[in-house]
Design a protein around this ligand. Structure first.
Ligand code: SF4
Ligand code: SF4
Length: 368
């Protein structure tokens, strides 16, 4: 994820503080499988084999809270697991107090408000304002269709980003979201937000069928609006989504992201350089799903944004009852082809499996 400089500095301080003194209440292991094989055993340090478990395994703390105030959405996108997995609780929503309680409980410096479509949440303006009052950064992930209608409920702030979902140019995007006209409405919203002085990013999911040349054209097209950054992540094969043909294997992902360096040189990509290396298959990273915890109407979702093996009522329970060692590539078949940012960007940001020169690359990426 790309941050403004002030945010990068704040995040660096937050990481340094928590690495030095990780909150002890989150490091306990109350899972039934204490002592299970440690996924960090595969991690190598500075290119060489590193004996024993990686020190971060007992330094768990969150970087980004994925807050889902509701799961209702006005669209039914082909690859969306949320509207399918949470179909039975689609009419429920978190109260404002529950949302803020989660923000306070985990203390992550960045809050990604997602869902569902968060602009359907009645108190979305209030919620954003109160999160900013707590000096957190916000990424509000939206399909863009209600931006124009609800923009007046927000105020521009350098810590507040609208993150508009765009999976391609007009034709491809409308096919992915299964409705004609969505791209145009999202673009109208994006333009209106930029004109009103808001920070706006785009968020693109890469599927097996995605043409990366078209993503480059999309970014070229968006340049005229002064978009503040682009997130992109490979799609994950949700068990709730029947269409298995759209998801990629790790090899497919490496091939798809082969030219990401060139894209990163031309455009403001929000993916960190280390995560880009990972997507290209140049570097191994372990999953650190606890870095991006998810809270929704069912509670704290474990182990991650993608897989649901349980919901916990407190953040401490999520951190201490989830058998983290059982997840990640090579540990759980469901994780086999997962390379999504919510599992692996925290590992990159935390400097796991770091190499000489990473800090410099990160700094020049943040300054660009
Ligand atoms: S807009 Fe987002 S939440 Fe709504 S169906 Fe599409 S992917 Fe799912
Ligand atoms: S590897 Fe992916 S699916 Fe598995 S726990 Fe990590 S984030 Fe979740």
């Amino acid at each position: 994820m790309r941050f403004p400089l002030s945010m990068t500095v704040g995040m660096a301080g937050y990481i340094a503080k928590n690495r030095l003194r990780p909150p002890p209440e989150w490091q306990k292991d109350n899972s039934s499988k204490t002592g299970a094989a440690n996924p960090f055993r595969i991690v190598h340090h500075n290119g060489g084999p590193r004996p024993g478990p990686h020190p971060m395994i007992r330094k768990r703390f969150p970087l980004v809270l994925m807050l889902e105030p509701l799961h209702a959405c006005n669209l039914t996108c082909t690859g969306c697991g949320r509207i399918r997995e949470y179909e039975s609780v689609m009419t429920r929503k978190l109260s404002l107090e529950q949302c803020l309680g989660a923000v306070d409980e985990c203390g992550a410096p960045i809050v990604s408000i997602c869902g569902g479509e968060p602009l359907l949440y009645p108190q979305i303006g209030d919620l954003s304002e109160k999160i900013l009052d707590r000096d957190r950064h916000i990424y509000l992930c939206t399909n863009g269709m209600f931006i124009q209608k609800r923009l007046h409920e927000f105020r521009p702030d350098p810590r507040f980003f609208l993150n508009v979902h765009l999976d391609g140019l007009e034709k491809s995007h409308d096919i992915a979201v299964e409705r004609e006209g969505v791209f145009r409405e999202a673009m109208d919203g994006l333009r209106a937000a930029k004109e009103a002085g808001f920070k706006v990013c785009t968020n693109t999911t890469i599927y097996k069928q995605t043409d990366m040349a078209e993503i480059e054209q999309l970014y070229e097209y968006l340049e005229q609006f002064g978009v503040d950054g682009h997130m992109l992540s490979p799609a994950y094969g949700y068990s709730a989504v029947n269409d298995r043909e759209i998801f990629m294997t790790r090899d497919d992902i490496h091939e798809k992201f082969r030219d990401i360096d060139r894209l990163a040189k031309r455009f403001k990509l929000n993916a960190t350089p280390v995560y880009q290396d990972f997507l290209q298959g140049r570097r191994d990273l372990p999953c650190t799903a606890w870095g991006n915890p998810t809270y929704n109407v069912m509670g704290w979702k474990g182990p991650c944004y993608l897989i649901t093996d349980g919901h916990y009522q407190t953040f401490e329970e999520l951190m201490t009852k989830t058998p983290w060692e059982d997840y990640g590539h090579g540990n759980d078949p469901r994780c086999e082809h997962c390379m999504v940012h919510c599992g692996y960007e925290p590992s990159a940001a935390l400097g796991i499996n770091a190499k000489a020169g990473d800090s410099l690359r990160l700094l020049s990426w943040a300054l660009r």
